[in-house]
Design a protein around this ligand. Structure first.
Ligand SMILES: Nc1nc2c(c(=O)[nH]1)N[C@H]1C(S)=C(S)[C@@H](COP(=O)(O)O)O[C@H]1N2
Ligand SMILES: [Mo]
Length: 229
């Protein structure tokens, strides 16, 4: 990808984030005055371990039981819905986007937390900016190759640590954990992070995803013990 193209992507991302910065800053995990939990503050000033969570050393596998066999050569991601320019990108295009490395924690609603994972991938905000979400787009439905869905407010997806990851602790993301590409949402419970991500559908009106429709929280804020609706 040439410099000019990279520059335009970075600029589109900044504009998109700017539009939602107020909501990002006011969101529970950035500004909760009385977060629950224990331990030294994490990277966002929240207690390191959210309430009711315990630390796990190995990384459990949790999903609907179907593990689609997607490879880099068959993987594609579509960004559509309330956008100016629906697009589908392939692996090569994805890997040519500005790459980010970040260390973050992973909190599963079933009470385990995996701390200090080193991720590599592309910020969700960058991927979203490619399709130029409409001003009226406020929500997103994330779709996956196993038919899993989860809904996330757009301002949550635009946070800096929300990534479409392809590597974990220096290794390609294993198929069990959603490889070749999954979403991670470190400031929300982990079910919001779709494995084997296939599509981000921008929405003007909120809709409920698979677990949200089955009684799990729409907002899913770990530091408020916000597990069920
Ligand atoms: N595509 C897909 N993504 C998914 C799920 C799923 O069933 N399918 N399960 C979610 C749930 S409930 C959790 S807790 C995490 C678990 O991720 P892991 O298996 O890598 O630990 O993935 C989330 N993403
Ligand atoms: Mo889960």
């Amino acid at each position: 990808m040439d410099d000019e193209k990279q520059r335009r992507i970075v600029e589109a991302r900044m504009k998109l984030r700017e539009r939602h910065l107020g909501k990002i800053r006011d969101s529970a995990s950035m500004s909760d005055p009385r977060p629950m939990g224990s331990g030294a503050p994490n990277r966002h000033g929240m207690p390191k371990l959210p309430p009711g969570q315990h630390q796990t050393k190995s990384w459990p596998v949790l999903d609907l039981g179907v593990k689609p066999n997607i490879t880099p050569s068959t993987w594609k991601l579509t960004i559509d819905g309330a956008v100016e320019e629906p697009i589908t990108i392939d692996w090569a295009t994805f890997m040519a986007l500005p790459q980010t490395e970040d260390v973050s924690d992973f909190h599963c609603v079933t009470t385990w937390s995996l701390m200090d994972s080193r991720w590599k991938g592309v910020q969700a905000s960058t991927v979203l900016a490619l399709a130029r979400p409409l001003e009226s787009a406020q929500y997103a439905m994330i779709h996956a190759f196993d038919e899993y869905t989860t809904n996330v407010a757009l301002y949550e997806l635009l946070k800096d640590d929300v990534l479409l990851v392809h590597a974990w602790n220096g290794q390609p993301l294993p198929r069990d954990h959603g490889g070749p590409v999954r979403l991670i949402t470190p400031q929300l419970y982990a079910w919001k992070g779709a494995k084997w991500i296939s599509r981000i559908e921008l929405l003007k009106q909120n809709k409920l995803g698979f677990w949200e429709d089955r009684g799990y929280s729409d907002t899913a804020h770990p530091w408020r013990d916000d597990r069920y609706s």
